[in-house]
Design a binder for this molecule. Structure first.
Ligand SMILES: C[S@@+](CC[C@H](N)C(=O)[O-])C[C@H]1O[C@@H](n2cnc3c(N)ncnc32)[C@H](O)[C@@H]1O
Length: 258
């Protein structure tokens, strides 16, 4: 085992961050630059510092852009979801079962909750929101955001679904009630199934092509016939047709009806 492999193992063991399956050259380059900037001597010193000081660990996660999220991230695609994809899905199933895979601090499932409750209020929708990082999941469940990070939320939704307090901006229970937050590692754990819609956006950026292929095949299986996978704005699926997907719109992949 070389020093990088040991670093990855230590991250998993001590900080519950699993970087296996990530493209090594990109990760290594970024990690080494950050270590230089922070004055870390070597990987062991870095792991030790992150274990002692949560702020350094947070800095690491932010720098790797591993946890960055936004409400209504890439609004044009949310328009397509709202005006084209969901109306089609609703025709087949009035109560949508949705999975936000790699939900980070919760902006994505809360965005979905607003959209479904506001625009498609007749259905009894449910959202499963998963991530493998317990730190971000705790933040997602809490639903407390800095005001500067809530700019993407349309004013009427903001007013209806959030409370302002001295601590920040708090998602209301009415927004949380259709969401279940759960720990799930996309590279290790069983996939839940029977979804009408799956979002996996900005999660696979550092994954190897081989891992992506396995992942997209698993998402295909996790969809109901007629279901749709929504990917991030730079994530086109290579060999989508071979997996069985057809394109419904840019960054939206459909599973054929039965
Ligand atoms: C950049 S955030 C994306 C958040 C949100 N989907 C969005 O687009 O704004 C990537 C998230 O994927 C999660 N993630 C990365 N690898 C994962 C894995 N193997 N299993 C589950 N979640 C993973 C990270 O913990 C992080 O919270």
């Amino acid at each position: 085992m070389d020093t990088y492999e040991k670093f990855v193992q230590d991250l998993d063991r001590y900080l519950r961050l699993d970087l296996t399956g990530y493209k090594r050259p990109q990760m290594e380059r970024r990690i080494n630059t950050l270590m230089r900037n922070l004055g870390m001597r070597d990987y062991d010193h870095f792991v030790e510092s992150m274990r002692k000081d949560k702020a350094i660990f947070e800095r690491f996660l932010d720098y790797m852009t591993i946890n960055v999220s936004e409400f209504f991230r890439n609004p044009t695609q949310w328009d397509v979801l709202e005006n084209k994809i969901v109306p089609e899905l609703i025709k087949k199933t009035p109560n949508l079962k949705v999975w936000s895979a790699g939900c980070s601090t919760g902006e994505e499932p809360y965005t979905l909750s607003m959209l479904l409750q506001e625009r498609f209020p007749a259905g009894r929708h449910s959202i499963l929101a998963t991530d493998f990082d317990e730190h971000v999941l705790a933040k997602a469940k809490a639903g407390l955001y800095a005001k500067k990070n809530t700019g993407g939320i349309p004013a009427p939704y903001y007013k209806k679904y959030f409370d302002e307090s001295a601590d920040g901006v708090q998602a209301k229970d009415s927004l949380k009630k259709i969401i279940t937050f759960r720990h799930q590692n996309l590279l290790r754990d069983r996939f839940p199934d029977n979804f009408d819609l799956i979002l996996c956006r900005n999660v696979v950026i550092y994954f190897t092509e081989e891992i992506k292929r396995v992942l997209y095949t698993n998402f295909f299986k996790a969809l109901r016939p007629g279901g749709v996978l929504f990917t991030g704005s730079t994530e086109q699926i290579m060999g989508a047709a071979e997996i069985g997907f057809h394109s419904v719109a840019v960054f939206f992949y459909g599973k054929p009806d039965k």
